[in-house]
Design a protein around this ligand. Sequence first.
Ligand code: AMP
Ligand code: MG
Length: 370
Amino acid sequence: MKKIIVYIVVSAAVISMCLGAAGCSTSTNVLAAQQSSENADSTEKDEASGEVLSASRDIFAMDTYMTVEAYGDHCQEAVDQAEEEILRLDQMLSTGSISSEISKLNQDGYGTVSRDTFYLIQRSLELYQETDGAFNIAVYPVMRAWGFTDQNYKVPDETELKKLISDMDLTGVVLDEKTYRVQLANDEMEIDLGGIAKGYTSSRIMDIFKSCKVESGMVSLGGNVQLYGAKADGSSWRVAIEDPNNLSGYAGILEAKNRAVITSGGYERYFEQDGKEYHHIIDPKTGYPADNGLKSVTIVSADGTLADGLSTSLFIMGKDRALEFWQAHSEEFDAVLIMEDGSIYITEGIENDFQTEQKSVIVRKEDSDE
Ligand code: AMP
Ligand code: MG
């Protein structure tokens, strides 16, 4: 008889660490929100003037726990707007809600969508091309076959998977930039923006921080972190990168400003059947969870949407292809790759910003054979 054990790690894969700074969120705050399941607020005020100096809120949306923090003028307004934006995008992009734009598009096979949805589909198609098909949003039927869409986990039949991946060719998707009309490639095709939507959401929150003219801010969407400016005292933010081989610890600390720091790892959502683990990041070439020795990939980039799309893509590619990809795009991002054996590969752009006590290799340009 099949024995299924289910694991879903809901804690942040990347924990925002604000060591020693007043008013900063920590993993403990995020966990407190999980327990109460309520959106929790906190503010810090100037005692003399009553002016709000910092504001933060814990929110549950997009199936995950989130924290938004802002500092300086208009910080409360920025946090309010950020929450509205998160809820708006969640409602629009969720495959779990039958009234979302994505669900309607999946039901009908075509439709006119909002600017946000159109932009995300367009970026996803670009990533599909650039990653040689590793990033493929037509993965939804495969996610369903594995039970990741309704928690009814099972290992699908190999012939079923072969059929499903044969319908995932995104080159047949037609986009009309003038009308935002999208036509999926075939009747079986259904899309899932789960590999990119949180990074887009965090980028949108950076736009809100900018338009509200806050001094600095941070958002952590289930461990996907994006940072606006420096911390209130002018120093860099410190982001702890979770150790996928020891979930109670972290693999290292990254110091960053104005960057998205986004991690993908099979350990975030998986089930176990007959002693084998199956996670939620699918290699479109096989229909099976990517299995190549990588345990997690963290992408550091100014572009949150790109960072999210690439964390998923490089995790599927495996170490060698991932580092080759970095060689070709090193101006756009940096990466931390953590292997099953605990070894860590750090690309040279963040060599002085990422501190780890574990065995690590700095990957330099045109030096990807290490
Ligand atoms: P992330 O945590 O950003 O790596 O996203 C994982 C999610 O992306 C999964 O839960 C799926 O919704 C979706 N996904 C899985 N495999 C792929 C793939 N090959 N390309 C694009 N999205 C994927
Ligand atoms: Mg991703």
